[in-house]
Design a protein around this ligand. Structure first.
Ligand SMILES: NC(=O)c1ccc[n+]([C@@H]2O[C@H](COP(=O)([O-])OP(=O)(O)OC[C@H]3O[C@@H](n4cnc5c(N)ncnc54)[C@H](O)[C@@H]3O)[C@@H](O)[C@H]2O)c1
Length: 425
């Protein structure tokens, strides 16, 4: 391995904390900075402020080894580093474009204090052309700027970071690219070095493609429901063709999370800004919005929503995380509430949400008590183990909408439930 590097990570969220902890585990000296003082205090005592399997032990090991530390002061962290990773939020503006305010703000803040020859690495998902903007804001011709988009998935973030499918590095400055590539040399993954704009587009195009794939699968499932085909059989047949592939082909309640919706909308906006209309991607986004309505329609087909109580199992946007950003479960809950329903929800790790009309219970049976129907919105394995006989005792109406396809349909039907899946005969 090349010499351990001095690394600063700015922004200790899902991406930044995973990056910092993993780089420390790989032998580098890492300081993570975050503006949130409470978060930094928690991390200093080894507590990870969100649910991410494997991350708490890695943070603990990093602290114990002395190779991982946490501070509030981003400028001081960056001033001592050879490589500075920007892992800051890049939220969506109302027109779908990307809000670069925090990336620019931090670049302006740290620029004057960086060591000569340091490299600033953007791991946040940022539009094509951002490397040039970061370089301008830094105002430091002696500092390299590299785009290194992150592809980790929440729920498997540590494993994804340590075993990536590929590492993408975009830079005009080949020496700066080589410094970043050296960090990853021990990982079992190809390192793709491109120009910065291509690296940035790889990230958006990947997420937009995945979103489109899921919308396509959900559309095929909807057709299957109309014509009496079984989506499981259809997808197995499609996925057997290696050009299609069997991965990421699960029908569901619609896609969500902190990345796919934001990045898909951003690519539509970026394309429009470049003079390219992207009806395919706009269609995938619209299909996803329809998917939430389809789930609500399945409930409404069984229960008069106005005044009804509906049980909602799962709040996280997918299993393995406590992230509810753009969660399909919450999208569906909001729409049920808009029709006058009261939603009582349960999730194994999400214990509170700020969504009007949604009450979070600590027990799945309590969430379904008195409910006219129950919707399974997140694919937590423990939800598959719920006892339908016990559910039948507590619920007012025996209707289940299994939007993740995880329940044993026969077992629920044998307990008197009507069962609706996605694309199931
Ligand atoms: N979450 C994912 O699965 C994922 C995957 C790949 C890429 N990304 C991208 O990575 C970026 C970060 O995403 P995330 O999910 O880790 O975000 P996050 O919200 O979990 O974390 C961001 C962190 O930055 C901190 N922060 C905000 N302003 C700051 C400032 N001025 N100085 C220092 N710290 C500041 C916040 O307190 C927070 O802890 C985004 O661009 C996102 O699109 C996210």
């Amino acid at each position: 391995m090349s010499e351990p590097a001095r690394v600063a990570v700015i922004g200790a969220g899902y991406v930044g904390l995973t990056t910092g902890a993993c780089l420390a585990a790989m032998g580098h000296q890492v300081v993570c900075a975050d503006i949130d003082e409470g978060r930094v205090a928690q991390l200093c005592s080894g507590r990870v402020p969100f649910h991410e399997p494997g991350l708490p032990s890695m943070v603990g090991q990093g602290l114990d080894s002395g190779r991982l530390s946490f501070v509030v002061d981003s400028t001081a962290a960056a001033a001592g580093a050879d490589l500075v990773f920007l892992c800051l939020p890049t939220p969506t503006l109302p027109d779908g474009s990307v809000n670069m305010r925090l990336v620019k703000k931090v670049a302006a803040q740290i620029g004057p204090h960086l060591r000569g020859g340091a490299v600033v690495v953007t791991k946040s998902t940022v539009p094509m052309g951002s490397s040039r903007i970061v370089a301008e804001v830094l105002g430091r011709p002696d500092v390299g700027v590299v785009s290194n988009p992150e592809f980790l998935r929440e729920g498997t973030a540590v494993d994804d970071f340590m075993n990536p499918d590929r590492v993408v590095i975009g830079a005009e400055d080949r020496a700066a690219a080589a410094k970043v590539a050296a960090l990853y040399e021990s990982l079992p993954a190809p390192i793709l070095v491109t120009d910065p704009g291509s690296a940035e587009l790889i990230k958006y195009a990947t997420n937009a493609f995945l979103a489109t794939k899921l919308s396509f699968v959900n559309a095929v499932a909807a057709i299957g429901e109309e014509v009496g085909a079984d989506i499981a059989a259809v997808l197995a047949g499609m996925g057997a063709d290696p050009r299609v592939g069997a991965n990421f082909m699960q029908p569901g309640p619609g896609w969500g999370g902190s990345c796919l919706p934001k990045d898909s909308r951003a690519l539509v906006a970026l394309a429009a800004g470049a003079g390219y209309d992207f009806p395919l991607l706009r269609g995938a986004i619209a299909q996803n919005d329809d998917q939430f309505d389809r789930i609500v329609g399945k409930v409404a087909g069984r229960v008069a929503l106005d005044g009804a109580r509906i049980g909602l199992l799962g709040l996280a946007f997918k299993a393995g995380t406590d992230d509810t950003r753009a969660s399909p479960a919450l999208e569906i809950a909001r729409r049920l509430v808009a029709f006058g329903a009261e939603v009582r929800a349960y999730d194994p790790v999400v214990t509170a949400v700020d969504t009007a009309g949604v009450i979070v219970e600590f027990d799945p049976y309590d969430a379904c008590r008195g409910a006219g129907a129950v919707v399974v919105a997140t694919e937590w394995p423990e939800l598959a183990d719920l006892d339908p006989a016990r559910m039948a005792e507590v619920m007012a109406g025996l209707h289940v909408i299994d939007a993740r396809g995880i329940l044993d349909r026969d077992a629920w039907q044998n307990c008197g439930f009507t069962y609706q899946g996605i694309g199931r005969r």
